[in-house]
Ligand binder design. Structure first.
Ligand code: FAD
Ligand code: SF4
Ligand code: SF4
Length: 500
């Protein structure tokens, strides 16, 4: 299937021509809103189905300038209220519109430690961009100023220019902080605490640091070199990294304080425990949790069959169950791993899907087949224990449930069989249980998430703080970073207080 697809050069050319017509003009709000929203250059669907390279290629300089000129510099800046870390959006966008790119990234970095990451994976359309006045006036969030893409452009420019300066670290205080996990919440805590001169040790269960940014979100959405560089920055600041270290097993949480002499601990262990459907046949060979499937492909580079030792299950017909970002990532990964057919099966309709609209669009362009209002009630297998298909039911939508979305209701007698050899279950994750199971006195809620004081991130145990998905349940990168920032401020305040 081939689609008309503008090249990066064509988009650049178009932007350059329009930019030339605006040079030296004092632009009114009307002029700014007349500038078309700039499309993100991307690999064509046909090309990207067969490679792991990043799909979105990033704005050209001309596009970035033009897109920045669309901003109205609203006095009340509603976009800032939509950003969980409150980046000064009008200020950085103005700097870009005026060609002061280095200043733009400096403004972003005041509030965000991972702009290359957030510019790529933030759900901007329900955060900063949802509030944008331009989108509101033009009656479409798609026409809002593309804040995330501009953020990505500024961050990439800085990285690629090699102009990045290490954040300054204050003189050593002699205090020690343990940070457990190495996802975005922990990376933020490690940087913010280290800047104050405290020694920081990062403990990570896997052999590679980065959390979901490394093992979950695929290379084609977030290149791993970007995450790797953030980790190297932490190490250059003096953060010590201990991988293959499972807190709760290798060492108990409380022992880090009582026996190992850490003055404070941050728990950022995420929500990596996959949920299953609990239906017949889920233990057959060929059924995977999305976590396992993506971890094999991303962290262990199973797709690199020539060089990696990780075995990869050769699939012909894949069904992915779920409608969130994790389901989209799994389906698109299956396409790239060579499946002939990839079917996305969801109990509700596309309108209720929690996945980002952009990801749904990309999945469709890449040939993923969507089956709405259907769900398996049984996975079928052969005498060898291998998956051969799914018995499914059709659904209709009933009244809204607790989540506010209309409840899917089974249609009795609607059973049918879908032939597949692989089933990927992507219906959500819960918080990792090991630490709560091995730490007496650590308060958790009924979902198993750690309970913290909202203002400080402190848990029920003194000197132990937590944040990110382990507190929020499966959430977002930027929310995890925001939580990390808050907890780091509390830890820094605790360690600044002289012991009585
Ligand atoms: P994590 O990133 O989960 O990191 C936790 C780390 O702790 C892991 O490395 C884990 O190995 C380690 N760990 C766990 N237990 C222990 C232990 N006992 N000892 C030592 N280490 C331990 N969010 C977005 O904003 N945009 C997206 O597009 C997006 N896509 C996603 C796609 C997928 C496939 C997934 C799974 C999630 C996605 N998310 C997305 C969600 C986002 O990645 C998470 O909300 C975010 O990474 C949470 O950060 P965290 O620091 O709390 O934990
Ligand atoms: Fe928007 Fe996310 Fe950037 Fe904040 S961090 S401005 S929400 S893209
Ligand atoms: Fe610019 Fe939109 Fe923010 Fe207004 S709301 S300052 S137009 S980005």
């Amino acid at each position: 299937m081939s689609h008309p697809h503008p090249t990066r050069e064509a988009l650049q050319q178009e932007a350059a021509v329009r930019l030339a017509t605006l040079q030296g003009k004092a632009l009114s709000s009307r002029d700014r809103m007349a500038i078309p929203s700039q499309d993100m250059p991307s690999q064509s669907p046909d090309a990207r189905r067969a490679n792991m390279g990043e799909v979105a290629l990033g704005y050209t300089a001309e596009q970035a300038r033009l897109e920045a000129l669309r901003c109205l510099q609203c006095k009340n800046a509603p976009c800032i209220d939509g950003c969980p870390v409150r980046i000064d959006i009008p200020a950085f966008v103005k700097a870009m519109a005026e060609g002061r790119d280095a200043e733009a990234i400096a403004i972003i970095r005041r509030n965000s430690l991972l702009p290359s990451v957030c510019g790529r994976v933030c759900p901007q359309e329900v955060q900063c961009q949802e509030r944008c006045t331009v989108g509101k006036v033009l009656k479409s969030v798609d026409k809002a100023v593309s804040i995330g893409r501009l953020e990505r452009y500024a961050a990439d420019l800085e990285r690629e220019s090699g102009d990045f300066r290490l954040p300054p670290v204050k003189p050593e205080t002699g205090k020690r902080v343990a940070v457990i996990g190495s996802g975005p919440a922990s990376i933020t805590v490690a940087a913010d605490v280290r800047r104050e001169g405290h020694a920081v040790t990062l403990f990570e269960a896997f052999h590679k640091p980065g959390g979901v940014l490394i093992y979950g979100i695929p290379e084609f959405r977030l290149p791993k070199t970007i995450v790797q560089q953030e980790i190297e920055t932490l190490q250059a600041m003096g953060v010590e990294l201990k991988t293959n270290f499972l807190v709760g097993r290798t060492r108990k949480l409380q022992d880090l304080i009582d026996k190992d002499g850490f003055d404070a601990v941050f728990v950022g262990t995420g929500a990596g425990l996959p949920k299953f459907m609990n239906i017949e046949g889920e233990n057959l060979v060929g059924v995977f949790s999305a976590n396992e499937y993506l971890t094999r492909a991303n962290l262990m580079r199973a797709y690199d069959t020539g060089r990696a030792d990780t075995p990869i299950f050769k699939s012909r017909k894949v069904a992915v169950l779920g409608g969130g970002n994790v389901a989209m990532d799994s389906a698109r990964m299956a396409v790239r791993l060579g499946a002939q057919e990839v079917h996305l099966v969801y109990r509700r309709t596309e309108a209720e899907m929690p996945a980002r609209v952009e990801e749904v669009g990309h999945a469709k362009e890449e040939g993923v087949l969507f089956h709405m209002l259907q769900n398996p009630c049984r996975i079928l297998g052969n005498d060898f224990g291998l998956v051969t298909g799914m018995e499914c039911l059709r659904y209709t939508l009933g009244e809204p449930d607790d989540s506010g979305r209309r409840r899917p209701v089974e249609i009795p007698g609607s059973e049918f069989v879908m032939e597949v050899d692989t089933v990927i279950v992507a219906i959500g994750n819960e918080s990792n249980p090991l630490i709560r199971q091995t730490t007496p006195g650590l308060a958790v809620n009924r979902r198993g998430n750690l309970v913290v004081a909202p203002e400080t991130g402190k848990t029920s145990i003194d000197r132990i703080y937590a944040g990110g998905d382990i507190v929020l349940g499966a959430a977002t990168v930027i929310l995890a970073m925001g939580e990390g920032r808050k907890a780091a401020a509390s830890i820094n305040a605790l360690l600044a207080t002289p012991v009585a």
